[in-house]
Design a protein around this ligand. Structure first.
Ligand code: AMP
Length: 848
């Protein structure tokens, strides 16, 4: 007996079980209690909204759901594969007046490619989390591969990327979100239910930024990501769940050769557990590369046939519409020829009636292609792929005989010469072509999504049961053993890359090695490079395809108050007991003022591959910072600007007053930049962003004009501490007020407010020549101590004579003391000129 809110059924005790499904109520869960005459009421929380698996592919995307069996969800066009193609449609010239953009995704967008290639994007996945300066992105920009305008994002860093559609900039995340939105929408329509969660697959070697970009795209599309699953692991799941028995253990190499990427992964599968042993591949290698090789071949044959010297220039000279149509059509027919050659020995690439020469005669594409010729053309790609397979096995110290099966997935794995090459390495019997190579990844994602959701459908009776149930409360089906043998019990992921930290000398220090099981964490101790260092900049990089790739920076500032506390502790220790007794009585030495401080750096990668870094100064527990890397581009942009300012200062002719100014301001700015991205929402907090940006510019401008506020504050503090008694109390209060105002302006004032506050405080000292003389002498004493100790006595004497003037001394005695002090001034000034303008440097690095 069914009812919208539940079900009544006879149970094995002869009673009636009422199953009430409480929608989206987190508590109570799995509660079962007896009610009246042998009626069992099962109140179960069932999350009615569904969770799915999505293969967000370079060429095509697929969605699947697992209920009892795994099922591919068809899109609104009735297809299993949705082309990962997005177009922005608009009437020419009117885009600015449409507030809502009209995006079309999938098959219809692909058709639109011929008409408007500039505003139609394919293979956006290749640009996810990428910088415009990435050599591969540059290759795409410079080659004829993309008709899209790919630029630096006006709001991001130098390295950010935007695709311009209809004069508006879009990030790859935003466009990817359009694909996900369509999938989401179509799935909800197909299932007739809300879809809230998804496992989304990503290439195995996607770095942190690319994964972050994928999460952003999902969030923009309104999908909650249960997990980002490496594509080969997804394929292994869909294979393993069907093919590996519970008591069996198999090592499988997944060879995923798709449209835009080539992913390899080695996994061991046993009892529903999937352990990633190692990953490799090349994110810039796929069926598209093969298509472009074929296009080059077809064009060169055509140019020979028609004796056209420069065929690219010839195509370029065609009318825009013809040119666009020709490029899109050629790509299509060439791809079809490639696919045909997987089953046939020969084919013809034909494209008629489009190109015309200057006489108006048709230049048709009509090129015969045999499988042998095709294999010759693509041999370098196949060899490259096999080289990467061997490299991965070497890296993880596996021989080919350890591999029990090689699972071929991805469209390009159907090419006969690719299959042959894999069989040559591993032996014919081990190589399996996945039954549904284009769908395997989405199926694997659906299986994991099902495993991760709160409720599942009982394979015995079809009722929704909580994941925590060991057997079905309804029909008694043994859910536990079913789960182990037919589903994913556990996945142990591994780090996709080597994670390094950069040292001051340019070397890289390996923190976490590629293929380390996740989650993992490593803490290492480093030293700062200078004993007075106040800034620590830690740069983290990945090695991807032997290239260094930045994954983010961590900045730490040590302000004066922190350091003072340390000096106080040290002073207590130093003076706490007499010489010799120190070691026995005063405990451990708090720090060595002659050595640089130490920093503990921790790098953590969780099972979702999210990277978190933390750093703390060993001697200063208050100085610590922890952050999730690759959060946003806005904070990165500010850090880059800050680093530029420091580099400019170090390269310029600046003395210690100026470098002190930049250092102090940098410490304040760092603390703001670390707050620019909201930790919970990931959004940019605009006022903090603008303040930090303005403060960087203010620092640059002030220093270039020799206005050093921090040094004036130090000067002021010194005056008050040493000679405060000589200043009348009212005047002292005024000085303190002006000093406080300048400190506030350093934190949040405009350039002009800083200048005004500086001048106001500086003027105070103009009015007191006596203070000025004393501070000059004091400075000379300091410099003598450092450079020429023998000369300091005379200045100490002069300071003493001035500070010892008392009210009852006669006029002549006072005049004599003044004269004595003044007579030392030229020498003091000469010393200051000699030693006080030494070029200073801002230190920010670390060393081992
Ligand atoms: P995927 O990313 O796995 O969807 O793979 C798409 C790529 O596989 C595209 O480059 C297709 O042209 C290519 N492809 C699909 N089917 C075949 C086939 N039978 N033979 C060769 N390549 C294929």
């Amino acid at each position: 007996m069914n009812h919208p809110y539940g079900r009544l059924s006879y149970n094995k005790h002869g009673g009636i079980t009422a199953t009430i499904e409480v929608m989206k109520v987190p508590e109570p869960r799995g509660l079962s209690y007896k009610k009246n005459f042998n009626i069992f009421i099962n109140v179960r929380t069932v999350y009615m909204s569904k969770s799915i698996g999505i293969d967000l592919g370079t060429t095509n995307s697929v969605a699947a759901i697992k209920k009892v069996h795994t099922e591919i969800i068809k899109n609104a066009e009735g297809e299993e594969l949705t082309p990962s193609c997005v177009t922005l449609q608009f009437k020419k010239g009117l885009i600015k007046f449409f507030s809502k953009e009209n995006f079309v995704v999938g098959r219809h967008a692909l058709e639109w490619l011929k008409q408007d290639p500039a505003n139609t994007v394919t293979a956006v996945k290749r640009l996810m989390g990428r910088s415009v300066n990435d050599p591969e992105v540059q290759k795409i920009i410079k080659s004829r591969r993309s008709a899209n305008s790919i630029v630096t994002h006006s709001r991001g860093t130098e390295n950010s990327l935007a695709i311009v559609l209809g004069e508006k900039e879009f990030t790859p995340e935003q466009l990817s979100a359009k694909i996900l939105e369509k999938i989401h929408r179509d799935c909800e329509a197909y299932l007739g239910d809300d879809v809230e969660y998804a496992v989304i697959t990503v290439p195995a070697y996607f770095n942190d930024k690319q994964k972050h970009a994928t999460r952003t795209a999902a969030a923009l599309a309104g999908i909650k990501v249960q997990r980002l699953l490496p594509e080969p692991t997804a394929a292994a799941i869909s294979f393993g769940v069907d093919n590996v028995e519970n008591d069996d253990a198999r090592t499988v190499l997944v060879f995923d050769f798709g449209g835009g990427t080539f992913d390899i992964s080695v996994l061991t599968i046993s009892g529903g557990q999937f352990i990633e042993q190692g990953k490799g591949g090349n994110m810039w290698m796929g069926g598209e590369d093969i298509d472009y090789k074929l296009i080059d071949y077809v064009l060169s044959r055509t140019s020979e046939e028609y004796e056209i010297e420069d065929i690219h220039a010839f195509i370029n000279d065609q009318e825009t519409q013809v040119k666009n149509r020709f490029s899109a059509e050629l790509k299509r027919v060439v791809e079809q020829a490639k696919i045909d050659l997987s089953d046939r020995e020969k084919t013809t690439v034909e494209l008629l009636g489009l190109l015309k020469d200057s006489d108006g005669d048709l230049v048709d594409i009509d090129v015969d292609l045999t499988r042998d010729k095709f294999e010759e053309i693509i041999a370098p790609v196949v060899e490259g792929a096999m080289g990467l397979v061997k490299k991965l096995l070497e890296q993880i110290h596996f021989t080919t005989d350890i591999i029990d099966n090689v699972l071929l997935v991805g469209g390009s794995s159907r090419i006969p010469s690719v299959i042959r090459a894999v069989k040559d390495i591993f032996g014919e019997e081990k190589v399996l072509l996945h039954k549904r190579p284009m769908l395997a990844i989405a199926e694997g994602a659906a299986i994991l999504s099902h495993r991760l959701s709160d409720a599942l459908e009982c394979p015995g009776c079809g009722v929704q049961v909580s994941q925590s149930e060991k057997s079905c409360p309804d029909c008694g089906f043994d859910l536990d053993s079913h789960m182990i043998s037919h589903s994913v019990y556990d996945i142990i992921h591994s780090a996709a890359h080597d994670y390094h930290i950069c040292l001051d000398n340019g070397e890289k220090y390996l923190l976490i090695e590629k293929n380390t099981p996740l989650p993992c964490e490593r803490t290492e101790r480093f030293r700062l490079v200078h004993k007075y260092q106040k800034l620590v900049n830690m740069k983290f990089v990945n090695m991807v395809n032997d290239e260094e790739e930045s994954i983010g920076d961590l900045w730490l500032g040590i302000d004066d108050s922190m350091r003072e506390k340390l000096y106080e502790k040290w002073y207590e220790w130093e003076s706490g007991s007499g010489e010799g007794a120190k070691e026995e009585d005063s405990g451990e030495k708090p720090f060595d003022p002659e050595s640089p401080l130490s920093v503990d750096v921790t790098l953590r990668i969780d099972e979702n591959n999210l990277v978190e870094v933390a750093a703390s100064i060993v001697e200063l527990p208050d100085a610590e910072i922890s952050k999730t890397l690759s959060r946003g581009k806005a904070d990165e942009k500010l850090f880059i600007a800050l680093e530029e300012l420091i580099n400019e200062t170090n390269a310029g002719d600046y003395d210690s007053y100026e470098t002190t100014e930049i250092t102090s301001r940098t410490i304040m700015i760092i603390s703001d930049i670390n707050k620019v991205i909201d930790d919970h929402t990931g959004e940019v907090i605009e006022p903090v962003y603008e303040l930090a940006q303005r403060n960087i510019e203010t620092a640059r401008k002030l220093v270039s004009e020799g206005i050093t506020c921090q040094s004036l504050i130090y000067y002021c503090e010194h005056v008050l501490q040493r000679f405060g008694v000589l200043i009348p109390p009212g005047e002292r209060e005024r000085i303190n007020k002006k000093k406080k105002h300048l400190e506030d302006m350093m934190l949040r004032g405009t350039y002009q407010e800083n200048v005004d506050a500086y001048e106001a405080l500086d003027k105070v000292f103009d009015k007191s020549p006596m203070i000025s003389v004393l501070m000059t002498l004091e400075k000379a004493v300091d410099l003598c101590r450092e450079h020429e100790p023998a000369r300091s006595a005379k200045f100490v004497g002069a300071i003493h004579s001035l500070t010892s003037i008392s009210d009852d001394e006669g006029k002549d005695a006072v005049a004599a003391k003044f004269e004595k002090a003044m007579s030392c001034l030229p020498e003091a000034r000469e010393l200051i000129a000699k030693y006080d303008n030494i070029k200073a440097k801002i230190y920010k690095g670390i060393t081992k």
